[in-house]
Design a protein around this ligand. Structure first.
Ligand SMILES: Cc1cc2nc3c(=O)[nH]c(=O)nc-3n(C[C@H](O)[C@H](O)[C@H](O)COP(=O)(O)OP(=O)(O)OC[C@H]3O[C@@H](n4cnc5c(N)ncnc54)[C@H](O)[C@@H]3O)c2cc1C
Length: 302
């Protein structure tokens, strides 16, 4: 509701990204700031995946600008000597998937250009997963891209009923799969509504991925799920580096370094760019205490 209010959007988007509310989750709008944040994380023993913020574009020029931003980012990461430890996360809706008629094909072509730039830089791309109306399209795009770029990562969302089945299909050799709970407001026709049911689904999916031949990327801040993932990795004889943990920039930073110090591979998802509104709203919606903090800061800024 908050995210859809025009008034709130008007007030919030006038905030500078440097305000504490925004840059807790987004290190900056410029590529240079994203590269700088990457360097700090890599120096702290972490890996990174970068998301140039933007989604749901219906404008071909905007999609093209997003592709150019990723290509530029990958070049800059490579020049900075960071591309071995940093990859790119891409939303297909940001590169044209929702455009009428040509969308799905255009998004694959655009993603292919980003994959090519990533390979040139010596790194990979992961396709973020968006709302359930795009799941089939995104998995179809993944299959297409993997023909030329088998290293391309997938994302699945434990809140969808279908996901355990999708995990079975994706748990094959060389397949990088990020498992998250899911961040969109989904109806009960397609998704578990109770968070305990989502957690149970997450564990079932984890079991499939850890037992499989692929490369599980365990994306959660939930301490119980992190423990269960470690135990499952041990049970299946997986060494750190044959799977990884992933968390968002600005969330449980101490846990990120604690896991890395234990020898785990940990990757931080770093969003950047000026289209931070939708991303910020999803993060705030995840925790009522964040929302209180946010509303208080908003009042004190006015
Ligand atoms: C690397 C990564 C990539 C992701 N990619 C996608 C994607 O492609 N598609 C998609 O739909 N979703 C994606 N997500 C988001 C995900 O689906 C969840 O919405 C989000 O991670 C919160 O779920 P959780 O597993 O952390 O568990 P939760 O039950 O939400 O949280 C567990 C605990 O983590 C901490 N925590 C969680 N969120 C916050 C927060 N915002 N602020 C402060 N503390 C918090 C709290 O301590 C909380 O008790 C991604 C998440 C990560 C970590």
């Amino acid at each position: 509701m908050l995210a859809r209010s025009r008034r709130v959007k008007g007030i919030v988007t006038r905030l500078p990204v440097s305000s504490g509310i925004v840059n807790r989750y987004v290190p900056g709008e410029a590529t240079a700031q994203a590269v700088e944040a990457t360097r700090e994380l890599v120096d702290a023993g972490l890996h990174v995946t970068l998301d140039f913020l933007g989604e749901d574009t219906l404008d071909e020029a905007q999609a093209e600008a997003t592709v150019a931003a990723y290509v530029d980012l990958l070049e800059q990461l490579s020049e900075a000597g960071l591309s071995r430890n940093a990859e790119a996360s891409v939303k297909l809706s940001a590169i044209g998937q929702a455009l009428p008629d040509i969308g799905p094909k255009l998004a694959i072509e655009n993603a292919r250009r980003i994959c090519r730039a990533a390979r040139h830089a010596g790194t990979t791309v992961t396709l973020d997963m968006e709302d359930h109306t795009t799941t089939d399209l995104t998995l179809a795009a993944l299959r297409e891209l993997r023909k030329d770029f088998p290293e391309t990562g997938a994302v699945v969302q434990a809140y969808l009923y279908r996901t355990e089945q999708d995990c079975r299909a994706l748990a094959h050799e060389g397949s990088r799969v990020r498992l998250c709970k899911g961040a969109y407001n989904e109806p009960e026709e397609v998704a578990y509504q109770d968070r305990h049911d989502v957690d149970k689904s997450y564990v079932r999916c984890l079991k499939v991925l850890m037992a499989g031949e692929g490369y599980p990327m365990v994306a959660t801040h939930d301490p119980r799920l992190v423990k269960i993932a470690s135990a499952l990795a041990t049970r299946h004889g997986r060494m750190p580096g044959t799977y990884e943990f992933q968390m968002l920039y600005g969330i449980r930073g101490e846990e990120q370094t604690r896991l890395a110090e234990l020898g785990e591979k940990v990757r931080v998802y770093v969003p950047y760019g000026d289209e931070w509104y939708g991303y910020l709203m999803r993060r705030l919606a995840e925790r009522p205490s964040n929302l209180t903090f946010f509303l208080r800061s908003l009042v004190s800024q006015k």
